[in-house]
Write a protein that binds this ligand. Structure first.
Ligand SMILES: [Cu+2]
Length: 186
């Protein structure tokens, strides 16, 4: 009986230490994994480089909401303002199938904002991912980060008729209402 209570009281702190070690390794493992994930996704992203006039070029990309080709030329220009009120202006955009749109963005706020085109599903999913992994970075032709007070430019061709969207995926912004709609008419 005495022996039992003795060994029991002794094993308690050991258990605690073991738990601490396990927790330490788990958190180290987790942060290493996250770091690797963000590095990987960054490395796997399209390599962008500026071409003098400031519009970055990417490798050809095809999605369910349109496409990008490095040699395509704009047929239409749309100006979008991004602000700290968590709103885009305009909030609704209408284009035609085949339009190659040059978006020019102005971030009028003091926070970083993004303009990301997608399907409503892909945007909502992506926003959720950004909440979980806020440091995840990637570069795609259908997304742009616009620093406070700065401007951005992006080329995107709408190839499919339907209702699509755009949003800011800085963690929390999409959820706060920083999103808009793109109607692509046939
Ligand atoms: Cu934003």
């Amino acid at each position: 009986m005495t022996r039992f209570s003795f060994s029991n009281s002794k094993s308690q702190p050991n258990k605690e230490i073991a738990m601490k070690i396990a927790r330490y390794f788990f958190s180290t493992f987790l942060s290493t994994t996250l770091l690797m994930m963000s590095t990987l996704s960054y490395a796997a992203g399209t390599h962008s480089h500026s071409h003098g006039h400031g519009t970055p070029t990417f490798e050809a990309t095809e999605t369910e909401f349109g496409e990008y080709k490095p040699d395509m030329k704009p047929t239409k220009t749309i100006k979008v303002d991004l602000s700290d009120t968590m709103r885009f202006s305009p909030e609704a955009i209408t284009v035609k199938v085949g339009d190659v749109v040059e978006f020019t963005h102005t971030n009028t706020g003091k926070l970083m904002h993004e303009f990301v085109i997608g399907t409503n599903e892909s945007l909502a999913e992506h926003a959720k991912m950004m909440q979980k992994f806020p440091n995840m970075e990637h570069e795609e032709p259908y997304m742009i980060h616009v620093e406070p007070g700065k401007e951005g430019k992006m080329l995107w061709k709408f190839t499919k008729e339907g209702e699509f969207g755009f949003g800011c995926l800085v963690p929390g912004h999409f959820e706060a209402g920083m999103k808009g709609s793109i109607k692509v008419e046939g």
